[in-house]
Design a protein around this ligand. Structure first.
Ligand SMILES: C[S@@+](CC[C@H](N)C(=O)[O-])C[C@H]1O[C@@H](n2cnc3c(N)ncnc32)[C@H](O)[C@@H]1O
Length: 319
C-alpha cells in the first residue's frame, strides 16, 4: 500500500503522461472542456463513462479519482449537487483533482464544482452505506490489488450498489504467464503493469462477488513487458478491457457473461425457438451470452451460426 501511495503522490504532484496511456479516445462532448492538466493526468486504461449507463438520474460513485477527468465526464451527464462522489486514498491526488475541478469550472459553463463530492476513502473499505449507489466505476485501480484485496474491493462495490446497479471497470488483463518477480514487484504493480490477471480469472472474481451479468465492452492491446526491460524470461503481452458488471441476481445455472457472441438462424422456418427463452428470427442477429452460446453449440444445429467473441458488446442481449 505504501508503494502505491508513493507512486500516486508523485503522479499527483508531477503529471506523468505515459502512465496507463492507451489508444482509447478521450470523450469529446459538446461544451465539455477538459483542462490540459486533467488530460495529462489521465491515468486510466480505457473509459468507464457512457451515457447508456446513466439513465434515471443515477447516484454515481467513482473510486480512485486521479486527476478527475472521468469524474468531470460523469458530472457532465449528472449535473447536480453531489451527483458524483469521488474517492481516493492519496491526499495529494484528492488535492490535484480538486484543483483541476476548480479549473474546469472556469471553462465549462454547465459545471459547478459542487456537482462532485470528493472524499478520502479506501476501495477496500468504502465509506458508504449498503445499496446506496446506482453506478460505480473504477479505472485502472483494481489491477493494482493482490487477489485477496481485489476480492475485497469487488465485494465492497457489490455491497454499496443498489439491486441492478452497475459497476464499470477498466483494467489491464494478460493471458501471458507472469514471472513471480513481476507479480511481486510492488512498484510495477502500482504502475498497472504486473497485476494483470487472465481475463477469465478477472471475470470469475467479478461473478464470485455476486454480479449476475457481465458485459465485455472493449479489449485493446496495452503493453509488452520484454526480457530486455523487465525481469521476465518471455514477452508478456498485456491488454486493457472495459467491463460492466451488473448486480443482477445470480441465475441458477451461473452468470450471464456477454463477450460479443451472436447467433444467427438461417434455416427454412421463420424462426428457431430453443424453448429456453431464446427465439432466433430467420437471419436476424441475436446477441447471446457465453452460456447460451455453449448451449446452442451443443445442439449441433446445421443452420445456426454462432460467432466467436468480438470482445465488443454494447447491449441488446438474450438473457
Ligand atoms: C492508475 S490511477 C487511475 C486514476 C483515474 N481512475 C484515471 O482513470 O485517471 C489509480 C488511482 O487510484 C488511487 N488509489 C490507489 N489505491 C487506492 C485505494 N486503495 N482506494 C482508493 N483509491 C486508491 C490512486 O491515488 C490513483 O488516483
Amino acid at each position: 500500500m505504501n508503494t502505491t501511495k508513493d507512486v500516486y503522490r508523485e503522479a499527483a504532484l508531477t503529471p506523468d503522461v505515459g502512465l496507463c496511456c492507451t489508444t482509447t479516445p478521450i470523450w469529446q462532448l459538446p461544451e465539455l472542456d477538459i483542462p490540459k492538466k486533467m488530460q495529462q493526468m489521465n491515468y486510466g486504461c480505457g473509459s468507464t463513462v457512457h451515457p447508456r449507463d446513466l439513465v434515471n438520474n443515477p447516484r454515481i460513485l467513482y473510486v480512485g479519482v486521479g486527476g478527475g477527468m472521468e469524474v468531470l465526464q460523469f458530472a457532465y451527464f449528472s449535473r447536480q449537487k453531489g451527483g458524483v462522489i469521488g474517492l481516493d486514498v492519496v491526499d495529494e491526488m484528492i488535492q490535484a483533482c480538486e484543483d483541476n475541478l476548480v479549473e474546469a469550472q472556469a471553462t465549462n459553463a454547465w459545471f459547478n464544482r459542487d456537482f462532485v463530492e470528493l472524499r478520502k476513502g479506501d476501495a477496500l473499505a468504502l465509506p458508504l452505506e449498503n445499496e446506496s449507489i446506482d453506478v460505480a466505476a473504477q479505472n485502472c485501480l483494481f489491477n493494482i490489488f493482490t487477489k485477496h484485496d481485489l476480492k475485497k474491493a469487488l465485494e465492497e462495490m457489490h455491497r454499496v450498489l443498489k439491486p441492478h446497479g452497475r459497476l464499470i471497470l477498466s483494467d489491464p488483463v494478460s493471458e501471458s504467464p507472469m514471472s513471480e518477480a513481476l507479480v511481486n514487484d510492488d512498484r510495477l504493480r502500482a504502475l498497472c503493469l504486473s497485476g494483470a490477471l487472465p481475463l477469465k480469472e478477472y471475470i470469475q472474481m467479478i461473478t464470485d462477488a455476486g454480479f449476475g451479468t457481465v458485459e465485455i465492452r472493449a479489449k485493446r492491446p496495452y503493453r509488452i513487458l520484454d526480457p530486455s526491460h523487465y525481469d521476465t524470461p518471455v514477452n508478456v503481452f498485456i491488454e486493457s478491457v472495459e467491463v460492466c458488471a451488473i448486480k443482477d441476481p445470480m441465475p441458477e445455472d451461473g452468470p450471464c457473461v456477454f463477450t460479443g457472441r451472436t447467433a444467427v438462424y438461417y434455416g427454412q422456418e421463420s424462426y428457431f425457438d430453443d424453448k429456453k427463452g431464446h427465439v432466433l428470427m430467420y437471419n436476424q442477429p441475436l446477441s447471446i451470452c457465453d452460456k447460451t452460446a455453449a448451449a446452442l453449440e451443443s445442439l449441433n444445429h446445421p443452420e445456426i451460426f454462432i460467432s466467436e467473441s468480438t470482445w465488443f458488446y454494447d447491449g441488446g442481449g438474450c438473457c
